[in-house]
Design a protein around this ligand. Structure first.
Ligand SMILES: C[S@@+](CC[C@H](N)C(=O)[O-])C[C@H]1O[C@@H](n2cnc3c(N)ncnc32)[C@H](O)[C@@H]1O
Length: 221
């Protein structure tokens, strides 16, 4: 294997996220993680005939819930390795009285891990939309290789798109934004638009005071 290929492979396998666990989960959330989460796994054979939306790194899942409500006829898959975020989503989409899934969220599927591990088992799957809101910016130069939206990953995502599909990226880290635009040159993706109303995810709200507004990229092949 060429030196450069080896370097690329190593970068692809690098962890792109921070913590997997935060503070201890409540009994209800732990119950949901142990009992409901396995039932919500995205299973490739069940998905091939469905219209699909993917959100990568959904945090606590506020935007994923909006996607599910706005698209009742589509399956909305969320990938997030941070257990407390997954548990927060499970708590928000279930009845507090009996822990059953609320009807309006029955179209949600959850992959509680690195999205790249899920995609490696997906064949013949196409997403209408792929959302990545506030990906970890890894601002230190020595961490840059951990950035998820590098050209290899963008090329991987394009394999799951049709000519009508879109990737929607939002970040308030403008240097990361410019870096992604550079990465696009090594893909067949093009920028269709940069216009989108600001989406208020938890991360966006947290960063609002004193920092910059998010910028968006809407990409197609
Ligand atoms: C800065 S947070 C933003 C969370 C949420 N999108 C928001 O705007 O509030 C980035 C999230 O991406 C997740 N993430 C990072 N790498 C990922 C990967 N390879 N697959 C899935 N999620 C990932 C992290 O765990 C983290 O929760």
């Amino acid at each position: 294997m060429e030196k450069q290929e080896l370097k690329n492979l190593k970068a692809q396998n690098l962890r792109t996220f921070g913590r997997r666990h935060g503070k201890k989960l409540s009994n209800r959330k732990q119950w949901l993680m142990d009992n409901l989460l396995p039932e919500m796994a995205p299973k490739a054979p069940d998905l091939s005939d469905e219209s699909l939306i993917l959100e990568i790194g959904f945090g606590n899942g506020e935007h994923l819930r909006d996607l599910a409500l706005d698209n009742p006829d589509k399956i909305v898959i969320g990938a997030e390795p941070f257990a407390n975020g997954v548990a927060a989503l499970l708590s928000a989409i279930t009845n507090e009285s009996d822990n059953t899934l609320l009807n309006e969220y029955k179209n949600i599927r959850i992959w509680p891990d690195d999205v790249r591990l899920m995609l490696q088992d997906f064949n013949n799957i196409k997403f209408d939309e792929i959302w990545v809101l506030h990906p970890d910016p890894w601002p230190k130069a020595r961490h840059e290789k951990r950035r998820l939206l590098n050209h290899d990953f963008l090329n991987l995502l394009s394999k799951f798109m049709t000519k009508d599909s879109h990737i929607i990226i939002g970040t308030d880290h403008w240097e990361y934004y410019d870096w992604i635009v550079e990465q696009l040159k090594q893909t067949k993706l093009s920028i269709k638009s940069t216009e989108l109303d600001t989406i208020k995810t938890r991360y966006q709200i947290k960063n609002k005071a004193g920092t910059t507004n998010p910028k968006y990229l809407i990409l197609s092949i």
